[in-house]
Design a protein. Structure first.
Lengths: 317, 437
């Protein structure tokens, strides 16, 4: 089960690196978005140039604890902790380890690097567990400073929040029972597919009339329904689905990527200097081998760490 | 009048050979005999006597029935109150088991033995008490309780799935736990609440049945005495005797019997009423406070498990905590309210810790065995309120049984009194009728 997945993941990472300048939000039917969720349209025809282009990073990282006066970073350092919105049930990216009680994963480790550069200590973080639908409101309402929650960068979201540069490249796929013969969503007539409400995933499959969409508040609730036989498949980012397949030996991930899903850290639009700071942190993480180390820790089973997705800059706040 | 002097039928006369024999009148028919019987003063006396006797016997029967109704009404209230106590016990234990399961989950990994035992005790007691309640239930309740039983089975299955996944370190365990908690609150608990409400309705019906029987006794007693007084008047008019000893004695018996029955019924009703306002109300209030208390405890754990998106659970905590406090305050004495207040104060500390960013500290306070921690203070509330509830339930059963105790004898006494009064009344008229022979 792992080898095809590794190959696919490797392939798409290379593809992503090679064509990161192309518009990744194109998908078969970019028409009116779904009515299955109450959240505002997350994908659709909004032009913002290249969605993965973020603001220029700070030229140099300030010393931990010595942030420019008046900046959001100074406020965070003053407060003493970085408040972040994360997932606690996305295995490999943000999940609570029941043995230690700590939340850990790829997204968490990226945030710890930000904390390291802010405070000199990677653990000055207050974690707030939020649902998919709450990712944007939490930033807009100022309840959290950053959101690292397998969040895809796209133009519709740029209308409401700002993103750092891309720190991981994923794609949407489908998870089915290990004895299923389907190889893509077109072959799944009459089946029920579960997705998280408020995600790009649920909107992307709304275009497929041959399946019934079932929405759940948390994607992990989908796994429960899947194990109980109440749904036949789950759709989500291949990274999240890999985590599910790791928990359930009778599940497998199939098909080509529906879409490319570049992940970015969400920041409020009111603090472009914080975006620049985070971009600078990500530059460090890419260049000093930390990214590969984090990849190896969480996704090492999928093979050797590829090159991190290259950043694109040029957006003006 | 002597019963032997009826018109004797003349022996059948053969066709007359000597026309000089006078014709004998034919044997009188039943109707003619009856008409003769009620004719004139003897007839009036006979009718009056029979009427009074019948009234007296009816008094005995209906009076006995009235006492029986009061007794049955109280018995119904007692049985249904016991059923309510059982059903509340089931609800409390289910919510307690859920609180233990969510608390254990919060600790993470290998759950503490104490939490596991607490969960299993809760489920076991709930199942056993549910079976007892189902055996005692009637109407549509057995079906509803069967569904609750099924709900419990599904719930325990989901908790086991949560536990199995948690043991492997799989995050999907939390999702199973949430599904389990939701199932309990959306299906099993509301059904139990409905069955409890139906039982409470039947307790009220029992009390109503008991109350209305008093009117019946009073009614028949008054009518009988009235009939006897009218009979006395008839006697006076027809025989010019002012007053007849047996008839007066009959009236006396009726009055005495009514008095005793009324006194017994009043005692029973007053005692039953005291129970309704006392131990019954206490038991209901305490059991409801316990259910709300455990529900709040479980909401506390879920708030922490949800960690940042737990507002819905905190809202539920506040709602349940207020309901529990109100239930206790409305009781005669306010038992266990100090312990509840102490627990709510600790919960305030837990919230303060989480909001200040110290989630680990909040969890430690909410799950540890610190004597000032959440578990210990809640256990104190559980123990005090549980003991108090058991005492009230026992008082409830005992006092209602005592209330009914004298009514059994009174039923018999009324029947006997009715017969005695009937005999005395008839005797009064029999004496007078002898004068007419």
């Amino acid at each position: 089960m792992n080898r095809p997945l590794t190959a696919l993941l490797g392939l798409l990472l290379v593809a992503g690196a090679a064509c990161s300048s192309s518009d990744p939000t194109e998908f078969p039917d970019a028409t009116e978005t779904t009515t299955t969720t109450a959240a505002p349209a997350q994908t659709g025809e909004v032009d913002c140039g290249n969605p993965v282009a973020s603001y220029e990073p700070l030229p140099a990282l300030p010393r931990p604890g010595a942030m420019p006066a008046g900046s959001k970073m100074a406020e965070i350092v003053e407060r003493g902790r970085l408040v972040v919105g994360v997932s606690a049930d996305t295995k490999l990216f943000g999940a609570r380890n029941p043995f230690t009680g700590r939340i850990e994963g790829f997204d968490i480790d990226i945030l710890r690097e930000v904390s390291r550069d802010l405070f000199g200590d990677p653990d000055r973080i207050e974690y707030r567990v939020i649902t998919y639908a709450d990712r944007l409101p939490a930033l807009e309402e100022g309840r959290v400073d950053l959101v690292a929650h397998t969040m895809t960068i796209n133009c519709v979201r740029w209308e409401r929040i700002a993103f750092s540069s891309e720190y991981f490249h994923a794609g949407q796929k489908i998870l089915v029972r290990s004895d299923s013969t389907a190889t893509s969503i077109e072959e799944m007539d009459g089946e029920r597919v579960c997705a998280a409400e408020g995600s790009t995933n649920i909107e992307n499959i709304a275009a497929y009339d041959n399946v019934t969409t079932v929405g759940q508040v948390d994607l992990t609730d989908c796994l429960v329904l899947f194990q109980q036989g109440a749904v036949d498949a789950i759709t989500g980012d291949d990274t999240v689905l890999a985590g599910f397949a790791a928990q359930d030996p009778y599940a497998k991930v199939i098909g080509e990527n529906f879409t490319e899903e570049p992940y970015g850290i969400g920041v409020s639009r009111e603090h472009p200097e914080l975006v620049r700071f985070v971009n600078a942190v990500l530059e460090r993480v890419r260049s000093d081998g930390t990214w590969q180390e984090i990849y190896g820790r969480w996704l090492g089973d999928l093979g050797p760490a590829p090159a991190p997705p290259p950043p694109v800059y040029g957006r003006q706040p | 009048m002597s019963s032997t002097t009826t018109a004797t039928a003349a022996p059948p006369v053969p066709p007359a050979t000597t026309p000089s024999t006078p014709a004998v009148p034919p044997a009188p028919s039943l109707r003619q005999r009856l008409r003769a019987g009620v004719a004139g003063t003897p007839g009036t006396l006979r009718v009056t006597g029979v009427t009074v006797a019948v009234f007296a016997i009816l008094f005995g029967i209906l009076g006995s029935y009235a006492v029986g109704e009061r007794s049955a009404g109280i018995e119904q209230a007692r049985d249904e109150a016991a059923q309510i106590v059982r059903l509340q016990e089931v609800r409390t234990n289910l919510v307690a088991a859920d609180a233990a399961a969510t608390n254990a989950f919060l600790v993470g990994g290998l759950e503490p033995t104490a939490a596991r035992e607490s969960y299993e005790d809760g489920i076991e007691t709930a199942s056993r008490t549910l079976a007892a309640a189902a055996a005692e239930s009637d109407g549509s309740d057995p079906e509803a309780l069967a569904e609750v039983n099924q709900g419990i089975a599904t719930y325990t299955g989901l908790v086991e799935a949560a536990r199995a996944n948690n043991r492997q370190g799989f995050p999907v365990g939390v999702a199973y736990l949430k599904q389990a908690s939701t199932l309990l609150r959306d299906e099993a608990l509301p059904r139990l609440r409905d069955v409890t409400a139906a039982s409470a309705g039947r307790v009220d019906d029992g009390y109503d049945r008991s109350e209305s029987s008093g009117a019946l006794l009073l009614g028949t007693a008054c009518l009988t005495i009235l009939a006897a007084l009218c009979a006395q008047a008839v006697l006076f008019v027809r025989t010019r005797r002012v007053f007849s000893i047996p008839l007066t004695a009959a009236i006396g018996v009726v009055v005495l019997a009514s008095f005793l029955a009324a006194a017994g019924m009043a005692y029973a009703q007053s005692k039953a009423s005291d129970v309704r306002n006392g131990p019954y109300a206490q038991a209901l209030g305490l059991s409801q406070a316990r259910i709300d208390g455990f529900d709040a405890k479980s909401a506390e754990s879920l708030t922490l498990i949800s960690r940042g998106s737990g507002e819905v659970f905190e809202t539920r905590f506040v709602e349940k905590a207020e309901a529990a406090t109100t239930s206790l305050r409305n009781l005669r004495e306010t038992p266990a309210i100090d312990e509840l207040t102490a627990y709510l104060a600790v919960h305030g500390q837990v919230r303060a810790l989480e909001e200040a960013g110290d989630w680990d500290g909040a969890v430690a306070l909410a799950t540890g065995s610190d004597p000032n921690g959440s578990n210990a203070t809640f256990a104190a509330f559980d123990a005090t309120s549980g003991d108090q509830l058991a005492a009230e339930a026992e008082t409830l059963r005992d006092e209602l049984a005592e209330a009914r105790a004298p009514l059994g004898i009174l039923r018999l006494a009324l029947l006997v009194a009715g017969l005695v009064a009937a005999a005395l009344a008839w005797q009064a008229f029999a004496i007078r009728l002898r004068e007419y022979r």
